[in-house]
Design a protein around this ligand. Sequence first.
Ligand SMILES: Nc1nc2c([nH]c(=O)n2[C@H]2C[C@H](O)[C@@H](COP(=O)(O)OP(=O)(O)OP(=O)(O)O)O2)c(=O)[nH]1
Length: 200
Amino acid sequence: MAQQGNLTPADELWMKDLTLVFVFSGGGDGGDVGDGEGVGLPRKRVLLGMKKRGFGSDRFNGFGGKVEPGETVEQGAVRELKEESFLDAQAMEPRGQIYFEFEGSPKVLHVHVFEATAWTGDAAESDEMRPEWFDVASIPFDRMWADDRFWFPRLLAATPFTGYFLFRGEQTILTHVLEDGGDVSFDRLRTTALKQLQEQ
Ligand SMILES: Nc1nc2c([nH]c(=O)n2[C@H]2C[C@H](O)[C@@H](COP(=O)(O)OP(=O)(O)OP(=O)(O)O)O2)c(=O)[nH]1
């Protein structure tokens, strides 16, 4: 049986809502990306940001952060995209939800993943992020959070997903569960993941 480590009892966990927004482009001539090329076109390139400071720094990621009091999750997603990349989202589609638990911590990050399906503006560097377009065939997973390589294929295919990841520190995934469907119960995912961990 694998060591369960320092896990918080289920009734002592609490959730924090965070957003994570991805922007895709249809590609084109490889020059100026232009204004929201919309969903339905082939996803040729994805905009990622190199996080310059704070949680997850020195990694590429989508754009996002904490949902503020008084705003909806979607409003938070639009605001963070603007603050971190200077793009204006005209339409957002929910793509998935990911729950992150860290060994030894009662706080669960509930990350709402969106795609900005219509947007305007040109991405530019902010205090927090240095944006860069990547071909979807060469996404830099070795410079991203370790969980991203699991769910990114579903994001690229616009297949709704829900995931649970248990981390030890910020590098090591102890166990995870990923399912199709955008709103799978956290309790069920966690129970399944911890059972897997026990059986390892
Ligand atoms: N791709 C990926 N993103 C993650 C993971 N874990 C995690 O919190 N995120 C995202 C969710 C948020 O977009 C971001 C963390 O937000 P944050 O708390 O650092 O927010 P922030 O620096 O923008 O701070 P603030 O502006 O909200 O104050 O990282 C992960 O494992 N993979």
